[in-house]
Design a protein around this ligand. Structure first.
Ligand code: HPA
Ligand code: ZN
Length: 358
């Protein structure tokens, strides 16, 4: 441990303090951050065949504590049968976003899959998008948190042609807070090449940035494919990039950030030895990375828990977190002017945080 940072690391290990560090987050799934209390209440109201005791219910919807890392088990936790009405969606989204008050966020890019909310009832996808964003915006306003959205398309549930068809309708809504398009799901069994027509179409619209889950479970070749074939502006995870120096140099030269998620990577088996997680080396070598939670309620670990891991395993200081959040601002999908405004807000809040460390 660096001796100068010893005193600071001790206080940074205080979770209630670290929660108040001003954070910018770019990689978080709405479906993975539900308020479990409200999800439970919804499942009771809709008489779903789920455990009656909250403790048992939690076991069903969270990644099991006693399980070894397992990517497909992790993905299986994103059930889609909760909703029976648009009011159900509104209720769950509104309360889940309100919970973000506790996380110290000053800006969030939140992603959601319209298909997740629509599929069980074959709800109109346009109405789903409107309902989700309306509920999230209402809650975000109450807690004074600026949010922009990414729409997630899942490899397992739609073909490229179906994605195009769906997105053509959603695009007509012209919602300016939808800043990006995300590709998620099982990258092992669904190759990037399958989605070329969809991302060619998105790129052609010239309205959205592109964020691809790649190199989470697969090798660096899939990160290359995400960039060269799917036009990725940003990468979800990209853990395997650590094995390919040419790729790392390319990412740095082109400002393509890897959004890292330590707890998620443990549970999915992407990187099980968290103390040697590549985030540490990548950051220290100056490659473009930032810290994210991915799916806090599925993981039973919030964003601050990942910050705590950074202190515990990598001896990160407040200054390191400052730089990593500046990285996140640079990697965000907002305009250069909005970035400047966000940096000055962040600087102010960072100074307030430093006062607490004295
Ligand atoms: N990988 C792919 N898809 C996902 C993930 C992930 O880690 N989390 C939620 N959807
Ligand atoms: Zn993700």
């Amino acid at each position: 441990m660096k001796s100068s940072s010893r005193a600071q690391s001790v206080s940074l290990l205080d979770k209630s303090l670290l929660k108040t560090f001003p954070k910018v987050e770019l990689h978080r799934h709405l479906e993975g951050m539900f308020s479990l209390k409200h999800l439970f209440e919804l499942s009771r109201k809709n008489n779903l065949d789920t455990p009656e005791a909250f403790a048992d219910f939690k076991k069903e919807v969270q990644f099991p504590k006693d399980s070894g890392p397992d990517f497909l088990l992790f993905l299986s936790k994103f059930k889609r049968y909760w909703y029976r009405s648009f009011d159900d969606i509104d209720y769950l989204v509104y309360h889940s976003v309100l919970n973000l008050k506790e996380e110290g966020l000053i800006y969030l890019e939140l992603r959601f899959a319209p298909e997740h909310f629509a599929e069980y009832n074959d709800f109109d996808r346009i109405e789903v998008v409107k309902t989700v964003i309306n509920a999230a915006d209402r809650a975000a306003k109450e807690i004074n948190l600026p949010i922009n959205y990414l729409l997630t398309y899942n490899r397992m549930f739609q073909t490229a042609e179906q994605m195009i068809e769906q997105h053509k309708k959603i695009d007509k809504l012209e919602i300016p807070s939808i800043v990006g398009i995300d590709l998620a799901g099982d990258e092992v069994n669904y190759a990037p090449e399958l989605y070329i027509p969809f991302f060619d179409y998105i790129k052609g619209l010239n309205k959205y940035k592109i964020d691809i889950h790649a190199g989470e479970i697969t090798g660096p070749d899939q990160v290359w494919s995400a960039i060269e074939k799917l036009h990725a502006d940003r990468i979800g995870h990209g853990i395997s990039a650590i094995k390919d120096t040419k790729l790392l140099e390319y990412l740095k030269k082109n400002d393509i950030y890897l959004c890292q998620c330590i707890t998620s990577n443990f549970q999915t088996g992407s990187w099980v030895d968290s103390p040697s997680h590549p985030l540490n080396d990548l950051y220290k070598m100056g490659y473009p990375v930032c810290i994210n939670s991915d799916d806090p309620s599925v993981q039973d670990a919030d964003l601050t828990d990942d910050y705590l891991k950074c202190v515990e395993y990598f001896d990160f200081s407040a200054e390191d977190f400052y730089k990593l959040n500046i990285n996140a601002i640079n990697a965000s999908f907002i305009s250069e002017n909005e970035k400047r405004i966000l940096i000055s807000k962040f600087d102010k809040e960072y100074k307030v945080f430093l006062e607490k460390l004295k």
